[in-house]
Design a protein around this ligand. Structure first.
Ligand SMILES: Nc1ncnc2c1ncn2[C@@H]1O[C@H](COP(=O)(O)OP(=O)(O)OP(=O)(O)O)[C@@H](O)[C@H]1O
Ligand SMILES: [Mg+2]
Length: 137
């Protein structure tokens, strides 16, 4: 699904990924990066806050899980990324919510640590209807 979604991304698109630990946020982002033609391995930027890749478009992959103090965010210069020329893919966006563009897309993932859910994920896509129709076609 990630690589299909990637076909419809334009510069400046911001997507947030929410969901419990291990729900598959990074895995989905890897698929999007693959679809954007990024060949290098995509790893979670938990300690660096942002990883940058160059594919069909520049990609900025954020992970704000570890952020405790929002002054770290001010140092990053988030607006340059969020209103820039690349695609921003953001895990754990709660603390940057106020800075996000109004038209950002939201993907929620859910996994459960119970029998029967080992290989199952629930996804909720808050994306434009015309994009939704294309990716499920
Ligand atoms: N759609 C899926 N179906 C089955 N397993 C999946 C799926 N997506 C991810 N997984 C598995 O779940 C585990 C956690 O995935 P991942 O690291 O992508 O989660 P995450 O939401 O990014 O976690 P974190 O909150 O730690 O950042 C991995 O072992 C991955 O292979
Ligand atoms: Mg992750």
């Amino acid at each position: 699904m990630g690589s299909t979604l990637a076909q419809y991304l334009d510069k400046g698109q911001v997507i947030t990924f929410t969901g419990n630990l291990g729900s598959g946020k990074t895995t989905l982002i890897k698929g999007i990066c693959q679809g954007l033609g990024i060949e290098e391995p995509v790893t979670s930027p938990t300690f660096t806050l942002v990883n940058e890749y160059q594919g069909r478009l520049p990609v900025y992959h954020f992970d704000f899980y570890r952020i405790e103090d929002s002054s770290e965010l001010l140092d990053l210069g988030l607006e340059e990324y969020f209103y820039g020329q690349g695609v921003c893919l953001i895990e754990w966006p709660e603390q940057v919510q106020v800075w996000l563009p109004d038209d950002h897309w939201k993907i929620r993932l859910e996994s459960r640590f119970i029998a029967g859910w080992e290989n199952k994920r629930k996804l909720t896509l808050d994306i434009p209807h015309e994009i939704f129709e294309k990716i499920i076609a």
